[in-house]
Design a protein around this ligand. Structure first.
Ligand code: HEC
Length: 199
């Protein structure tokens, strides 16, 4: 009887300490996740500000037809500037203009479909994010997405009533363009970030 009590007791201790260890790992995991999210949002802020600034400047200075070309070279270039210290920063969409550069993978597609659903349910598209640590063949990877809603200036080149000269110029560079017909506030795409983790 004494032995039974003892082993039951030991069992309990093991369970308790395992739970404690789990909790500690969870807390460390939460802290790491919070740090990664913070960093991802800061990178997006820089990337988005640069992208928007470049686009606005080009639209104002040269008009939408020239801005098309500024935009397509700059987006990748600016993305590369922010892709430092293991991070990859880019953007993608379900309906693509540049399928060569921006094609989403399954995780990204599922995330954007989830964003669309939430927007349809009334969520604020500016606040939609998804962060996850996923296991890959190369180890753990932090993945992050933030929704890009269609804003007013975006309608010039992604909206429903695109001026013929703009439409022609877009079609000349992107004959398979799917990225038109968007309404204000709809999900245009998403920023997408990755970082390979050490363990
Ligand atoms: C002057 C025309 C123009 C304007 C204005 C414009 N875009 Fe684009 N957009 C483009 C072009 C051209 C591409 C393809 C870029 C490339 O080749 O990488 C593109 C691509 C994108 C992509 C990448 C996914 C894809 O379809 O290939 C996203 C996301 C995007 N635009 C969002 C926006 C948002 C959000 C705005 C408004 C803030 C905006 N765009 C305004 C021309 C424009």
């Amino acid at each position: 009887m004494k032995k039974l009590i003892l082993s039951a007791f030991t069992g309990l201790v093991i369970v308790a300490s395992a739970a404690q260890a789990g909790q500690a790992a969870g807390a460390a995991g939460d802290a790491q996740m919070a740090e990664l999210k913070k960093h991802a949002l800061a990178l997006i802020k820089g990337y988005a500000m640069n992208l928007k600034g470049t686009l606005k400047q080009a639209l104002k200075k040269d008009g939408p037809v020239s801005a098309i070309h500024v935009c397509n070279r700059k987006a990748e270039e600016i993305g590369r500037v922010f892709s430092v210290r293991g991070w990859t920063v880019g953007r993608t969409a379900l309906k693509l203009r540049n399928a060569m550069l921006d094609t989403p993978d399954e995780w990204e597609k599922a995330t954007m479909k989830m964003f669309e659903k939430k927007i349809a349910e009334g969520a604020d598209p500016k606040k939609l994010i998804r962060a996850e640590i996923v296991k890959t063949d190369n180890g753990r990877m932090f993945r992050f997405m933030k929704a890009i809603p269609t804003g007013k200036p975006c309608l010039t080149c992604h909206g429903e009533n695109i001026k013929p000269e703009v439409r022609n110029a877009i079609e000349a560079s992107y004959p398979k363009d799917e990225a038109t017909g968007f309404k204000l506030g709809q999900l245009r795409g998403a920023f997408t970030l990755k970082k390979k983790l050490d363990n």
